[in-house]
Design a protein around this ligand. Structure first.
Ligand SMILES: O=C(O)CCC(=O)C(=O)O
Ligand SMILES: [Fe+2]
Length: 356
């Protein structure tokens, strides 16, 4: 008999170890049990239409159309903190190629992903800081700084993975295109608050040294605990200026709006944009960094790729106008605080830590 090595990380075993102090355990859902309908897995979330913005307006020759499109982006960033963009200029073949490479990468056996230094040890799985069932994430990810993508010679032990060389081309092109789009959208949001893009960039540089791509994989999840339904990714806000997400057609992403979870329904032609903590701070809460999560799916695995627009660690994140709601902080300081909180209490506190 040939034993096929699993490509799925040992999530259930790891979480069960944490649960030894709890009066619960991870239980496997019987394979023969009838599968719930798709909608039931949305766990009571509302279906509301997330704004869809056609970015063609930004390049229109008509000044009024350009202004209207910019206003829509700003409105969605304030009211929702999330929106979808269509006609975003990113080639659909590139999106498909990226997905194909991503799937192949995650298909590698777990032992290889976790021990071969693939993509400079950028592989993460589960929730390393989890201390209770509500911290468990049923997912794995490659968390890749752009420096490593644009200068692949910095990738250690590339020779170990032949598969990587071909893959790099797609990653480089994808990261470059996402960076352009993210900067275009950030520029619109900066100018909407009466600030000059060039002046912003002089103070806060978002370059390849700190931006990163995160390739996410949510394996099919046939377990739960008595206490908690399993998350694919636990509720969080992003610690960046903005994020651009390309999700597949499975669904499961939800965002919080007025204390109610709302499902983001996949749309083939759209990318999802969300505001991160740094834009919320810089804009004095005009733009909202909202909590979002991914629910685990017992029927299907899911893939997504997120691009995070981040400044250099020494960039001072002040506010665009005084008086500011948050005290000044550098991005490096913000990140250290998030890491410290996650280690000590199992989750991030984020912006409330920096209120004046
Ligand atoms: O996979 C998703 O839909 C969301 C991913 C996400 O929120 C993240 O990587 O920060
Ligand atoms: Fe996120």
């Amino acid at each position: 008999m040939v034993l096929v090595e699993s490509n799925i990380p040992p999530l259930a075993q790891t979480y069960n170890k944490i649960l030894t102090n709890w009066s619960t355990k991870i239980v496997t859902i019987d394979e023969t049990k009838e599968l719930k309908s798709e909608n039931e897995h949305e766990h009571g979330a509302l279906l509301e239409n997330l704004p869809v913005i056609d970015l063609v307006g930004l390049t229109s020759e008509d000044e009024g159309e350009r202004a209207e499109c910019a206003a829509e982006i700003a409105r969605a960033s304030s009211e929702w903190g999330f929106f979808q963009v269509v006609n975003h200029g990113i080639n659909h073949k590139l999106l498909r190629d990226m997905r194909r490479e991503q799937i192949e990468l995650f298909n590698a056996p777990f032992s290889k992903k976790s021990s071969c230094g693939l993509l400079n040890n950028s592989y993460r799985w589960g929730s390393p800081t989890a201390v209770s069932p509500d911290h468990f994430s049923w997912s794995e990810a490659f968390h890749i700084p752009l420096t490593k993508i644009f200068r692949p010679n910095l990738l250690r032990r590339v020779s170990l993975s032949k598969l990587l060389h071909a893959r790099m081309e797609v990653l480089v092109e994808y990261a470059g295109e996402m960076q352009k789009l993210a900067k275009l959208l950030a520029g619109v949001l900066i100018e909407n608050l009466g600030q000059k893009k060039e002046e912003f960039e002089e103070m806060i540089s978002c370059d390849e040294s700190t931006c990163f791509l995160r390739l996410n994989h949510y394996p099919r999840c046939r377990v739960s605990t008595a206490a908690e339904l399993m998350h694919g990714l636990v509720p969080h806000t992003d610690s960046d200026f903005l994020t651009i997400l390309h999700q597949d057609q499975v669904g499961g992403l939800q965002l919080l709006k007025q204390s109610q979870w709302i499902s983001v329904h996949p749309r083939k032609d759209a990318l999802i944009v969300n505001i991160g903590d740094l834009f919320q701070a810089w804009s004095n809460d005009v733009y909202k960094s909202v909590e979002h999560k991914v629910i685990a799916n017992p029927n299907m695995e899911r893939f997504s790729v997120a691009y995070f627009l981040c400044p250099s660690y020494d960039s001072m994140i002040g506010a665009c106008k005084e008086p500011s709601i948050y005290r000044n902080f550098t991005f490096g300081e913000y990140r250290s605080q998030v890491q410290q909180d996650s280690k000590l209490i199992g989750h991030k506190i984020g912006l409330p830590r920096f209120l004046r």
